[in-house]
Design a protein around this ligand. Structure first.
Ligand code: FES
Length: 199
């Protein structure tokens, strides 16, 4: 074998080794990217619909659950609470929820499937604080016109008991109503709606 032949062999060996290492390197580089792109089990769970048992929800009582990392309220409204919703409409910014977010089957005065059960994302549409549930009528700090609702102390936004925002407050829209559906009268699924069920 001549010196030229040896050099040629050496070069071929080095080229093949470099290509092989390059392929392995590409494999190592690709793997973390793939696992980064793929949602982990925790994220998948957090985005999944959630079951809510409302069988023990007393009239006037509100429970908080978490869906997609957000607080979701489920409120059992009394007859008096439901009656307040019509009375308060002249003081609301978007009483018919034309500019607010809710599934089409909740675009009504109650913003719900069944009038008595209200489901909403408990996040103020101003800057994202979570309002407090204030069901009392005319409490001293909120004034004699307050008929019950949700109050965001961050910058003073008020919402009625259907999550509809008052005029002249910083929040621009009504509280968001998430998709949900009834499995039975006492069991709802938040994050899954009627269209999905029918599909
Ligand atoms: S975040 Fe609710 S009023 Fe500003």
């Amino acid at each position: 074998m001549s010196t030229n032949d040896i050099d040629l062999e050496k070069r071929r060996f080095l080229t093949q080794t470099t290509m092989a290492l390059g392929a392995v390197g590409a494999g190592f580089a690709a793997a973390p990217f793939i696992s980064y792109m793929k949602p982990g089990a925790g994220a998948m769970e957090a985005a999944a619909p959630i079951d809510v048992d409302i069988s023990k929800l007393e009239p006037g009582q509100l429970i908080r659950v978490e869906w997609r990392g957000q607080p979701v309220w489920v409120l059992n409204r009394t007859e008096e609470m439901l009656a307040s919703l019509e009375k308060i409409e002249p003081r609301l910014r978007d009483p018919n929820s034309d500019k607010s977010v809710q599934p089409p089957y909740c675009k009504n005065r109650y913003r719900s499937i069944k009038p008595e059960v209200f489901v909403a994302v408990g996040i103020c549409t101003h800057l994202g604080c979570s309002p407090t549930y204030r069901p009392e009528v005319a409490p001293p700090d909120l004034g004699k016109d307050w008929l019950g609702g949700f109050f965001c102390p961050c910058h003073g936004s008020g919402f009625d008991l259907a999550g509809r925002v008052f005029k002249k407050v910083p929040a621009p829209k009504n509280l968001v109503v998430p998709p949900y559906r009834y499995v039975t009268d006492t069991h709802i699924i938040v994050g899954e709606d009627q269209q999905q069920e029918a599909a």
